[in-house]
Design a protein around this ligand. Sequence first.
Ligand code: CA
Length: 819
Amino acid sequence: MTKILRLSAATLTDVGKRRERNQDNVTEYVPDDPDLLAERGALFVVADGMGGHAAGEIASQIAVETIREQYFLQRDEDIITALARAIEAANNAIFDHAREHQAHGGMGTTCVLVVLAGGRAYFANIGDSRAYLLREGEFRQVTRDHSWVAEQVRAGILTEEQARTHPHRNVITRSLGTQPEITADLFIEIIHEGDRVLLCSDGLHGYVTEDDIQRVVTEQVPEDGVQRLIDMANANGGPDNITAVIVELKEVPAVTEELRLPAAVGVGAGRAAVDASLITTLPIPRISSSGHRTADAPGLAPAAAAVAADGKAARRGGSSAGARRRRTPWPMVALRVVAAAALLIFAVGMWDITFGPFAAQRAGSAQLQQDIAAAQSAARAATTQNPTTALNLLSTAQQRLQHDLATLPADAQTRAQAQQTLQQQVAPAVRLAVTTYNQQNGIVTIPATAVTAYTVSCAASLASGQAALAAAGPPAPAAGQTVAPVALYALAGNGAVYLLTLAGNTATCGAAPLIALGVKALATDGPRLYALAQQTNKQWVVLAVDGSGKASAVATLPADAAHTPLTLAAHNGDLYIAFAGATPESGGVWHFTSATPQDQLARTITVPQGINALAVTAAGKPFALLLDGSLVSFDAAGHLAQPTVAVATPVPGIDPSTYTVATPVPTLPPTATPAPPAPTATPATGQAPGTLAGTPAASPSTTTGATPGATASATTTTGATATATPAATAPGTLAVGRATFGGTTSLSAERAAGGTLEVGDGSLPRVVRFAVVGMSLTVQREYVYGAPLQPLQSVTTSPDGTQLYAWSGAQLVAIALPS
Ligand code: CA
């Protein structure tokens, strides 16, 4: 009786212990129709997605669903072509989705699949999810990871052991959906009854040893096995999403047909490579589904040409990354060089080789050659990687190379080659990566030419830059003027307010202060100035100051021993005054609406943290910077909302236009969001359109706010924890949330059309400008500064948004903002 395919299979996926979302997806399809089963077989797919804002799980879901659907639709095609088409369709679907949804830019996924049909198993993979085969007690990995560490191991640069613990072990070099074209690896096996197949994501194989995995796959039935594997990964911390598929082959049809390779794939040298007895794993060089965007491309033809030539991979019209992978790896070249050198040295004398300085120099040179190879590899990869990954890899490579260059004996030629590698390969790669990173994240370096420093005539009165600044004026220049006139006010340490007149490089203070003392904070509202002040009778008030300097109280504050006013902001006559509560964590905002004769306290908004700064946007939206470094907005009813928006961390201290290797390559700090981000997909080939790093995206996450009310009594805050849903962000970025901005921060908003919000960051040399649209924020620009500017204090924006005023050290500076 003819045997048919009978199998027992189980699939399971689990979020793990530390992630908030499960970005893995898994699917299976075992046709009920016996004809379809005989012809197409059974399909199992695992995908491990990456990308913030739910993009990862969407990418992996599109992958598994598209492949399942498309594979079984391609009934006119042979199995390999059908698989290639299905993978191509999935790649297109994800790539197109990412282009249409800006928040999902850079989304991608790994993919490993197996088709069990006609006595054979067809494995395909992209990325670092794996397929294993268990046969008669032997358990082995069928697929080859497309990961940075795996490539380093294959090139002989890293050992397996080093790779397991390497900080970049999560960096994958190929992924589905990040490029318009994709190349998958294909492996074909003849299957036997009793074989078991395991597909899994790195959440399993990265955290459970192969021995343990083998034991479970061997001893347990599939249903118990997948559960046990996930339990083990979770027992080891469960840091990642975990997915496992176990298929046990109970009955397998005999292999009757010759393996039908797509005609094009089978010609030339490729044919000989696959046409053996097919008992062992046979990687067919590539399936390329490069027909994308060229509807008339006949399926696999482009790949065919590549394979047909000489087995070397090539990509039609694409980059040469594929070919590079086939080149003799550098370490091999280095080893050959060293071997040749060793033979020559042999003639010099046995003692010298084994014990003498030659031996030390030889070892040093060999080590340096390895470092050079690693640096060259990092520099090459940097042209296609996302810049965060590129910089981190370049940093490691540069440090090792410079360290060994300084400490190891090596021959002159190798030393020269090391220097050359640093200058001619590492430095340009760093410049490119920083430039790309800055472009992707709206980061602009403030040039020295944009900075004007002023000598302040009343500097002594201002206590050398301890003063706060406020800029008042119309939001746009009048007709015929290029720059709107700005009145700049400075608040002295003793509570006096001065009007500064800027001319040339001098800021001249008025003959006498506008207000003599008692002022704690300033705010502007278009051309108007407001001052938060304590009068001689201890009463706290808000003063409105007119053009002639005449101040009159417009609001009387309900301040007492438990409520200390801190700062204020104003918009169209509405006043917001932040106060400290009895504890550092309690406090809030009094909102006064304009009325006559005095403004009225409309509501008290409680805030879960002390307040650092306040500002109101052109649209009248108030924002507060809290002491924990987070940014919150509140609505008319006093509810708090915490916008989530990724803010990229600037690359410290590097101006890409002048970078040299004398400066260590900076590494970008890992994300500080509670859930670690998915590993960053780094396409192996081609340009990387819209790669992951910090694609700014905003979606407000409103949290239930504090109790609104018209009473001035302190309310213990309940439910006002403005914790935003942590946005999964790319490495090197922070969601605006806890601890985004540090140190003494400032907040100001400009009034020009559109309306923006500027945050002067006290912990990094930057001013972040957000565009505020409705409830959401997007990063418009990150202005990064370096020498000669010192940390900017009391940053304020001109009402037309074109200038920043700040104290830099003891100096008043104006900065013309580059666009
Ligand atoms: Ca994973």
